[in-house]
Ligand binder design. Structure first.
Ligand SMILES: Nc1nc2c(ncn2[C@@H]2O[C@H](COP(=O)(O)OP(=O)(O)OP(=O)(O)O)[C@@H](O)[C@H]2O)c(=O)[nH]1
Ligand SMILES: [Mg+2]
Length: 418
């Protein structure tokens, strides 16, 4: 049975805040966590109440409302303190969690790999556990309800020493996975294969785009990534190798989706995962054009990119889901695609190629018979249009792009001129 909840927030009078959007998003988050929202309410205040976040009267009101509609859980729109949670629980008899605990709960629900499970547990140990102090046993018995999920079957630990030991343990294990990733990354860098990361708000269609690219250009076509129409489907970065038209090899990276007020702690715990983005040569910022709040979603993503210091990496803004939108994008600048229906994905690929490898061009080289390696590169990495065997070697005419030509042939050509 799904748990009935009330979602509630405080709007500070002097602050510009789109409460409709925030509450709608909070509702989506509750649903993503398997709950049901029975009621949503907002109180306007000059400032948060230090003891109870809401005003005293409002807390009483929530208690009565909950009894009337049979709600058992209260979800608060902001991060609150442990004592605020305790005080509200005392009055209302409801279980109380805040937005951050809810997001962590969804992550706990979705985490599949060992690494993401550890990352979520770490964030929960640092955030949730201290706030629910003294109720660990009660909670673990409840199990399954929103805000009570921990990765694995582990009980919420309440003893501070235990928690600290566990945090130390997890951090140690996570450092190991970082080391493995470093090795993989180094080998990719050595191979000179550029990396393209797809980033954006959760549910924008990032994983769908990756799968469409795999189907068209993937080296291993059966290695699809996970797609799900719920918030936070992807929790680990996934790398796939593509060979784009013209024999250009790239690695595409699927990443964790973002959400507004993404808890700093979560960003911190997932830092090693998010850091993969820092190593990319190009970022595709995917935006769901059907979402009426796309401006908020867009700036949220930009903020997170700043936070992880990836804002300087060249970026392409790409609008997705045009198959589901009646927006007239003709004549507009920008890239408009449908990842799912494969509309304009080839145009996007053209832009990726241009960004990574520069303008396309036709080149001609005379390659001596002793320059076997050079001929190999031309054969493997470019499209040969003409080939002629001469006494001195092979004359080839081929198509490639500026930067690739510069990397492999420009200096060598100068060398051989002397
Ligand atoms: N109509 C339409 N739906 C799309 C398109 N691309 C993706 N979707 C749908 O959007 C939902 C989310 O897709 P995902 O690819 O999982 O989104 P994501 O950005 O990877 O989401 P997270 O991993 O949660 O951050 C799925 O139901 C997709 O089928 C598109 O071009 N058109
Ligand atoms: Mg995804």
């Amino acid at each position: 049975m799904t748990e009935k909840s009330i979602i509630a927030g405080v709007k500070i009078k002097q602050r510009k805040q789109d409460m409709d959007y925030e509450m709608e998003e909070l509702k989506n988050l509750v649903e993503a966590s398997g709950g049901e929202v029975a009621c949503s309410l907002v109180q306007e205040l000059d400032k948060y109440n230090a003891a109870t976040y809401f005003g005293k009267g409002k807390v009483e009101e929530i208690k009565l409302l909950a009894e009337e509609i049979g709600a058992t859980l209260l979800v608060i729109n902001d991060e609150v303190t442990g004592s605020q949670i305790n005080n509200i629980e005392k009055v209302t008899d409801l279980r109380v969690i805040d937005r951050t605990m809810l997001i962590l709960d969804i992550f706990a629900l979705r985490a599949k790999t060992k690494e993401s499970k550890l990352q979520v547990e770490l964030a929960q140990l640092k955030y949730t556990t201290p706030r629910l102090k003294g109720r660990g046993i009660e909670l673990s018995r409840l199990g399954g309800g929103i805000g009570t999920r921990g990765p694995g079957e582990k009980k919420l630990e309440t003893d501070r020493r235990h928690i600290e030991r566990r945090i130390y343990e997890i951090e140690k294990q996570l450092r190991k996975t970082v080391a493995v990733r470093d090795v993989n990354r180094k080998s990719r860098l050595k191979n000179n294969i550029p990396i393209v990361s797809v980033v954006g708000y959760t549910n924008a269609g990032k994983s769908t785009l990756i799968n469409t690219l795999i189907a068209k250009y993937g080296v291993e076509k059966d290695k699809e990534v996970y797609v799900y129409n719920k918030l936070f489907a992807t929790l680990t970065t996934e790398n796939r190798k593509l060979v784009l038209p013209g024999k250009f090899e790239v690695i595409v990276t699927d990443t964790v989706g973002f959400v507004s007020k993404l808890p700093t702690l979560l960003v911190e715990s997932f830092k090693s995962t998010l850091e993969e983005i820092n190593y990319s040569d190009l970022i595709i910022h995917l935006i769901d054009i059907t979402n009426e709040n796309l401006q908020v979603q867009k700036s949220t993503t930009e903020e997170v990119l700043k936070e992880i210091e990836a804002a300087d990496i060249p970026m392409l803004e790409v609008y997705n889901k045009i198959d589901d939108s009646n927006l007239d994008y003709d004549g507009k600048t920008g890239t408009y695609i449908s990842a799912k229906s494969d509309i304009n994905v080839d145009i996007l690929v053209g832009k990726i190629l241009y960004n990574l490898f520069g303008e396309e061009g036709t080149y001609e080289l005379n390659i001596g018979y002793n320059e076997y390696e050079k001929l190999q590169i031309v054969e493997n990495k470019t499209e040969i249009i003409e080939r002629e065997y001469l006494e001195s070697g092979t004359r080839v005419v081929f198509k490639t792009r500026e930067k690739l030509y510069d990397r492999y042939f420009r200096e060598k050509k100068n060398d051989s001129e002397f």
